[in-house]
Design a protein around this ligand. Structure first.
Ligand code: NDP
Length: 455
């Protein structure tokens, strides 16, 4: 369990991820688990006084309402070292000054992370050092394989934590309970009973000044290649015997290995579109192509849909539709399971109004089961009724869950090397089809529900 001496060394301590997600996540972790002790060390090339860094840490902990005494200890113990991490001597001096065991958290631009890893390979790290790596993990199957090989020359796989913060979202972990902890759903979780699955992450947010990152990624890489395929893996994996990390990660990898574009045709299986000017909740949204920092020639999609299938006995023939986009009229962050029609509805009852569905809302979390039942009023008619459960507020932010697991040395909420490669193997044929312009880039007005003709 918790090692009281673990140092969390954040590389890229003055960046956006650290400020907006890591430190607030740490705050909620320490609020939920105030007995945990952790030393927070920051390193970045930016000039920052020790007191400024301590102030940043203190502010995040205060905002999360960490007990004052705990916040004082952690913030008072926090240290900052200005370091150009690409300078071998400076990196070596930084590592020499840190007490083991240490988690090296790469909150750096991806290209810098790769170079720092190459230097670590030369310099070596103390036994037990853990590496925490952010997405994107490579930008192709080949680069992900190369990065995996490189990391394994630094530390063993068990000490590599590839982050996907969606795995810290409690509603996604709920898939395990919903699937395996009750007698009702487990036996019907297969192609025999399920007709279709949709995993959506539609946002009303537009670019919000993130062109530098997003215009190079696009919706497919930003959301589907990582987060939505990971949700699919939790959804579709076989039953684990325990919550042991290696067991769950092995089953997820197995599900991903079976996953391919629908009918093995990446052109027909995928769609892409980009938003034009429009209005969302009273906000005027400019044309994506005209946003500062966007290169329209790059033809980056802001909405992507990909239908995949799992070539295995459990899921043969079931389409899994993954969809994510920005600047849409309505947010839709959910998993929708559509069940097959019953084998026979007694003659004399008027027909089923709609298929039965299970709807797992990711934000805020809830589970709804929409079932056909006798209608109120006329009992010979049928209507859809919903059984609904709200999922309680999470005990901490997703990054809190993930940091806690990394500090405990538990890789359950992170991605294993072979999974990371599978995620690229699945989307690469789609990216190739898009680059070849085999799939048209459609348009939709910001604030609409997507291009005409999309479901
Ligand atoms: P930023 O560019 O905001 O932060 C990176 C930090 O690293 C900057 O302070 C930068 O300094 C510093 N840095 C760059 N090169 C060096 C170097 N040679 N030595 C020391 N410090 C250096 O990036 P983000 O925080 O946005 O992203 C970090 C990682 O997290 C990326 O992999 C990203 O994909 C991932 N991520 C980010 C999310 C977000 O919302 N921001 C969400 C999910 C993942 P300088 O400013 O001087 O360049």
């Amino acid at each position: 369990m918790t090692d009281p001496t673990t140092t969390l060394l954040i590389l890229g301590a003055s960046g956006d991820l650290t400020r907006r997600l890591l430190l607030p996540g740490l705050g909620t972790l320490l609020r939920a688990e105030p007995d945990r002790t952790v030393r927070v060390l920051g390193a970045d090339r930016v000039e920052l006084g020790e007191q400024d860094w301590q102030g940043m840490v203190r502010e995040s902990l205060a905002e999360a309402e960490v007990p004052e005494q705990v916040a004082d200890t952690v913030a008072g113990d926090a240290a900052y070292r200005q370091t150009d991490l690409l300078e071998r001597d400076q990196l070596q001096a930084l590592l020499a000054a840190v007490e083991s065991p240490v988690v090296l958290y790469f909150a750096l631009p991806p290209a810098v992370t790769v170079k720092v890893c190459a230097l670590l390979e030369e310099l070596g790290v103390p036994a037990g050092t853990r590496l925490a790596l952010e997405k994107p993990f490579g930008d192709s199957l080949e680069s992900a394989q190369e990065l995996n090989r490189q990391l394994l020359r630094v530390v063993p796989e068990g000490d590599i934590f590839r982050i996907d913060h969606f795995l810290g979202v409690n509603t996604i972990l709920n898939l395990i309970g919903i699937r395996f902890a009750n007698r009702l759903l487990q036996p019907i979780w297969s192609a025999e009973h399920i007709e279709r699955v949709e995993i959506s992450y539609d946002e009303t947010l537009a670019l919000e000044g993130r062109a530098g990152y997003y215009d190079h990624a696009g919706a497919l890489m930003d959301m589907i290649q990582s987060h939505l395929l990971e949700i699919l893996a939790f959804f579709a994996m076989e039953a684990p015997a325990t919550m042991h990390a290696e067991e769950i990660r092995g089953l997820k990898a197995q599900a991903l290995r079976a996953t391919r574009a629908w009918k093995h045709d990446p052109v027909q299986a995928s769609r892409r579109a980009r938003y034009t000017a429009g209005e969302i909740e009273g906000r005027q949204i400019p044309d994506y192509a005209a946003e500062e920092g966007v290169d329209p020639e790059r033809a980056t999609e802001t909405l992507a849909a990909l239908t995949v299938q799992l070539d295995n006995a459990r899921w043969a023939g079931v389409p899994f539709v993954l969809r994510s986009g920005k600047a849409l009229g309505e947010a839709a962050k959910r998993v929708v399971v559509t069940f097959r029609a019953p084998a026979h509805v007694p003659a004399g009852l008027k027909d089923t109004p709609a298929p039965d569905r299970l709807v797992l809302e990711l934000k805020p979390g809830s589970v709804g089961l929409e079932l056909s039942m006798n209608a109120e009023g006329d009992p010979f008619e049928l209507e859809q009724k919903s059984l609904h459960a709200e999922l309680g507020k999470p005990r901490m932010l997703p990054y809190g869950e993930i940091l806690g697991a990394i500090l405990d040395g538990n890789p359950l909420l992170t991605i294993r090397g072979d999974e990371a490669e599978e995620l690229w193997r699945i989307v690469e044929p789609v990216l190739a089809a898009w680059r070849a312009d085999d799939v048209p880039l459609e348009e939709y007005a910001a604030g609409s529900d997507g291009p005409d003709g999309w479901e």
